[in-house]
Every structure is written in C-alpha cells, then in structure tokens.
Design a protein around this ligand. Structure first.
Ligand SMILES: [Cu+2]
Length: 269
C-alpha cells in the first residue's frame, strides 16, 4: 500500500511543480522576462520557450514513468526487474538519449545566439568601446574622426577621469574620443560593442537586450545589437568581481538619433 501512495505522491508533486512554470508565476510573483528591446531577442525568447517546453515535457514524462514503476513494483517482495541488457545498456541508452536531446537543442539554439556571435557587425554599425573595471563600466566613442585613440594602461588615472589611459598629447585620434559612464545609443541603429576588462573578469548583462557577455582579461570580445525601443535600461555586472561587485552597474540609454547626436555633441569638448 505504501508503495502505491508514494507513486501517487510522485505524480502529484510532478504535476504541481509544473503549474508555476507553465503560468509564469510563483507565490504570486511574476517570473516572466522583461520586454525584449532588441532585434535578435525574439529568436532567443522563442528558443528559450522551446527549451523550457521540451525540458518540461521530458521531466513530466520521466516522473510519470517513475510513478508507474513504483506503482507496479514497490510491493512485490523479492521481485526483480532490470533494464534489458543490464546497467551498462541502460547507461548507454540514457547517454545517447540525453546526448541527442542536448545536441538537437544546441543546434537549433545556435541559430538564435549565432546572430550575435557568428555574424560580424555591419560595417556602418556604431562602434563603442566598453571597459569593465572594479567596480564601474566606462564607454568610449571614437569622436568625429571615427578613430579610437590608443590605450595606455600605465596612463589610466581615475582621479583625472582618464579611465581608458589615453594620451591625447601624443596621440591625435585620442583627442576627440568621448568617454561616458553610461552606454548611450541611438534607437534602431546597430551598435558594435567592443569589450575589454581593466582588471578581473566582469560581465555585461542587459536583460532587455537578451545579452550577457563576460569581459575576460586579456581578450578583446565584441557583441553587436540593435536596440528597438527608447528608454533607460540597467546594465549589471554578473561576474562576482570583488567586494564592490554588488554596486557595479550602469545604464543603457536608448535615444532617438536626434537626441543621440545632441548628446554626443554635448559630450565633446
Ligand atoms: Cu564586475
């Protein structure tokens, strides 16, 4: 009798745990993603939804089968039932089944994130450099000449607002570079964000952009995106980068092209 009660419990718990996931709420709190404001975000959201459904169905199927076996075999004294071929065959089947599932999801999903990583940014994309350091983000625009000045780590001087270590005296392209504490971009325009870390590993995460990319010391990485909605969105560091990590954030400020041009002008001197 105890076995059958346990089987029923397994099924009830499995079904009950699926309800908040399907309803996107838990204890009254909504657990939906914030609105997507990027051109590539829909593909990622769709992929996430497919993955959740597929994983959810697999989970429920596994729990129901488990309940079925418990119901059938729990109270049979001395009865044994093994997988055909024994434990080795079971492990091989499980390995192939799970492997095929992960591979299939990976191949389908690569189309979604491949748009950000495999496809280079358009040649007319707005170049912006992002620098992460303990515990702030800084962003740099090349200025009217379209060229970034060289970075000299020994010249980094936060007290003097020389966050990137520029040398405007000797380096002409550095003279008109614009440095900001916020990532300001025009709406509907592709942005090529070139990322580097000043010290340790950090991460660039904007939920509304569906982008999360680590800054890795010593590596120049880039992501590109097109923001589709004017507004202010939080940029957070999602790599535990030190004591001030909790306070490391900035904002993505999406403006109309006109406002962006005005902002850029007001920043240059
Ligand atoms: Cu950080």
């Amino acid at each position: 009798m105890g076995g059958k009660i346990f089987a029923v419990l397994i099924v009830i718990i499995a079904l009950a745990s699926a309800v908040p996931i399907m309803n996107h709420t838990f204890l009254g709190a909504s657990v939906t993603l914030p609105e997507d404001i990027s051109t590539h975000g829909k593909a990622i959201d769709d992929q996430l939804s497919v993955t959740m459904k597929e994983a959810g169905i697999s989970f429920l199927a596994a729990q129901l089968v488990l309940g079925l076996f418990v119901w059938q075999f729990a109270n049979r004294k001395g009865a044994t039932k093994t997988f055909p071929g024994g434990a080795t065959a079971m492990v091989i089947v499980a390995f192939l089944f799970v492997g095929a599932e992960v591979l299939a999801l990976g191949m389908v999903g690569s189309k979604a994130w491949g748009m950000v990583y495999f496809k280079p940014a358009a040649s007319d994309a707005l170049p912006v450099q992002a620098q992460a350091g303990q515990f702030a983000f800084y962003f740099r625009y090349p200025g009217p000449d379209g060229k970034f000045g060289q970075i000299h780590p020994d010249k980094i001087d936060e007290g003097n607002s020389n966050f990137f270590g520029l040398d405007p005296e000797n380096d002409i392209p550095a003279r008109d570079d614009i440095t900001a504490g916020e990532l300001v971009v025009p709406v509907g325009k592709e942005v090529n964000l070139m990322m580097h870390a000043k010290d340790v590993g950090h991460s660039f995460y904007v939920r509304e952009l569906r982008i999360q990319q680590d800054f890795v010391p010593g590596l120049d990485l880039s992501v590109h995106f097109t923001a589709t909605k004017i507004g202010k969105y939080e940029i957070v560091c999602t790599q535990l980068c030190g004591l001030g990590h909790y306070n490391m954030k900035s904002y993505l400020n999406v403006m109309s092209q006109e406002d962006f041009d005005k902002w850029l002008k007001s920043q240059s001197n």
